[in-house]
Design a protein around this ligand. Structure first.
Ligand SMILES: Cc1cc2nc3c(=O)[nH]c(=O)nc-3n(C[C@H](O)[C@H](O)[C@H](O)COP(=O)(O)OP(=O)(O)OC[C@H]3O[C@@H](n4cnc5c(N)ncnc54)[C@H](O)[C@@H]3O)c2cc1C
Length: 414
C-alpha cells in the first residue's frame, strides 16, 4: 500500500471513493489486475467509527461466499460465520408459515451470518498489503471535474494535505447518501418506508442449530439470525415511535416485548446487547453511470434489510465491475466499459430491488383480505418445492450474467 505525497499529482486507473464493505471489496478484487487503484475513505483506516463496519451482522448468500473465496478472504471470515441451515417464515397472529431447509434444497446452507466488523477487518487487513493500492483515509475529495478524457479531483486529507489526482474511472461507493452521485448530477428516487430497524444481539436458553427466522409483525418484519457465538442477531423493523420505545426500554422491557412478538420458537430470551437503529428507505439512483463515473453498492441502490440482499447485491456490483475492468484493455473508464457494466447488472439489480420492495409492501398491507392472501401464500409456498427451490436460488442473483467470481471462477485479465 502507498500513501500519496502532497507535491506529486497522482495518476491512477481507478479511484474508489468510499472504503466501506463494497468499495473495499472492489479494491481487493482489482488486486493483481495491474491497475493503479486509489481508495479515498472519509473515516480513519479501520476505525470503530466507520459506518459500514459497525455492530450489525450481514447474512452473506452463497454467491457472496464464493466471491470472498475468490478474493481469498473467506478463510478469515469463516471462523466467525454461522451457517443458516433452515429458515422459518411466519406472520404474528396468523396460521400460515413456511419452512425452508438447506438440506432439502441440496445445499450446505442458505447463507452465512457474519458481523460487519469481521468482514471489515478482513477487507482492511488485505487492503494494507496491496502494493498497487494508494489509500487516503481519513480524507475527502474536492474540485471534482469529469471530462471525456479523465476525471480530475483533489484529495484533502485531515492533516491539510491537498493531493491532485487524475483518474480514468471514478467509482462512487460512498453509500446511500452518496455525495459523488449528487456531484455527477444523478438524482435518486427515495421511498421512505417509515420504519426504523432496531438491531441487537440477544442470547437465549436454546441452541439455534443454524435456524433463521423471519416474522412479519403488525409494525414490520422481525428477523432473528444465528450467530457464530451461539447468540442471535435480532433485526426488528418497526414504526419510528415503537422503535424509539424499544431503544429507550430497559433490557428487561426490550426482552419482554421481543418475546411477546416473536414467541418461544427460539427459546427464552435471556440477555440483550447494545441496541442500534437505522432508518429504512429505498434509495435508488436514477442512472448508474455518468461521464467516467460509475455507482456501486448503496450509492446505486440502498434497500430495506428485510430480505438481507443489500450487501449481497452490492458485492455482485463490485465483482462485475472488477470483471469488466479486468477484461478491458487500456482505458478503464471509457463509455464502452461503463455501458457493458450497466447492461450486465441491470436485471439482477431490478430483480432484487423489486423483490425486496414487494416483500415490504406485501407484508405491510393492512387492507382486508391481504392477511388471508399472505397466509395462503405462506402455506402454499410451504407445500410447493419449486417455489422453495426458486427462493433458494435467489442468493445467486436475480438474473442477467452472474459475475465470474460469484461462479467460483477467477477474473480473466486481458
Ligand atoms: C439493519 C441492517 C441490516 C442489514 N443486513 C443485511 C444483510 O443481512 N445482508 C445484506 O446483504 N445486506 C444487509 N444490509 C445492507 C448492507 O449493510 C449495505 O448494503 C452495505 O453496508 C452497503 O455497503 P456500501 O459499502 O455500499 O455502503 P456503506 O456501508 O454505506 O459504506 C460507505 C462508505 O463510504 C464512506 N464514505 C461516505 N461518504 C464518503 C465521502 N464523501 N468520501 C469518502 N468516503 C465516504 C463511509 O465512511 C463508508 O465507509 C443491512 C442494512 C441494515 C441497515
Amino acid at each position: 500500500m502507498n500513501t500519496a505525497s502532497a507535491a506529486m499529482p497522482l495518476e491512477v486507473d481507478v479511484a474508489i471513493v468510499g472504503g466501506g464493505m463494497v468499495g473495499a471489496s472492489l479494491a481487493v478484487a482489482l488486486a493483481g489486475s495491474g491497475r493503479r487503484v486509489l481508495v479515498v475513505e472519509s473515516v480513519p483506516f479501520g476505525a470503530v467509527a466507520q459506518p459500514s463496519f459497525d455492530e450489525r451482522t450481514t447474512a452473506l448468500g452463497n454467491a457472496s461466499r464464493r466471491i470472498f473465496e475468490g478474493l481469498q478472504l473467506w478463510d478469515r471470515i469463516a471462523p466467525e460465520a454461522a451457517a443458516i441451515r433452515t429458515i422459518h417464515v411466519s406472520e404474528a397472529g396468523r396460521f400460515g408459515f413456511a419452512r425452508l431447509s438447506a438440506r432439502d434444497q441440496g445445499i450446505e446452507a442458505f447463507g452465512y451470518v457474519v458481523s460487519n466488523r469481521c468482514i471489515g477487518a478482513a477487507l482492511w487487513r488485505r487492503l494494507g498489503t496491496l502494493p498497487e493500492l494508494t489509500l487516503q483515509a481519513p480524507a475527502r475529495i474536492e474540485e471534482l471535474a469529469a471530462t471525456a478524457e479523465c476525471v480530475r479531483f483533489t484529495v484533502a486529507t485531515e492533516s491539510g494535505q491537498l493531493v491532485p489526482v487524475r483518474a480514468q474511472l471514478l467509482v462512487a461507493a460512498d453509500g446511500a447518501n452518496s455525495q459523488l452521485r449528487a456531484a455527477a448530477g444523478i438524482e435518486a428516487e427515495v421511498v421512505d418506508y417509515e420504519q426504523v430497524a432496531v438491531v441487537a444481539t440477544v442470547s437465549t436458553d436454546r441452541a439455534h442449530d443454524g435456524q433463521a427466522f423471519e416474522r412479519f409483525t403488525d409494525s414490520g418484519p422481525l428477523a432473528v439470525l444465528p450467530r457464530h457465538d451461539g447468540a442471535l442477531a435480532v433485526i426488528w423493523a418497526c414504526r419510528p415511535p415503537r422503535a424509539q420505545r424499544l431503544l429507550d426500554a430497559t433490557e428487561e422491557e426490550y426482552l419482554a416485548e421481543l418475546q411477546a412478538q416473536f414467541g418461544w420458537r427460539a427459546g427464552r430470551f435471556l440477555r440483550a446487547g447494545r441496541r442500534g437503529s437505522y432508518p429504512l428507505k429505498l434509495t435508488r439512483a436514477k442512472a448508474g453511470v455518468a461521464v467516467r463515473t460509475v455507482l456501486i453498492g448503496n450509492a446505486a441502490q440502498a434497500l430495506h434489510p428485510v430480505a438481507g440482499q443489500g450487501f449481497n447485491l452490492g458485492l455482485r456490483d463490485a465483482a462485475m465491475l472488477a470483471e469488466v475492468i479486468a477484461g478491458t484493455a487500456g482505458d478503464a473508464g471509457g463509455p464502452a466499459a461503463l455501458s457493458r457494466f450497466i447492461e450486465w447488472r441491470a436485471r439482477d439489480r431490478r430483480g432484487v430491488i423489486g423483490f425486496t420492495d414487494g416483500l415490504v409492501r406485501l407484508f405491510g398491507d393492512s387492507r382486508p383480505g391481504a392477511a388471508l392472501l399472505r397466509n395462503l401464500g405462506l402455506l402454499l409456498f410451504d407445500l410447493a418445492p419449486p417455489a422453495k427451490r426458486a427462493l433458494a436460488r435467489v442468493s445467486a442473483g436475480f438474473g442477467g450474467p452472474t459475475p465470474r467470481l460469484a461462479r467460483g471462477l477467477p477474473l480473466r485479465h486481458v
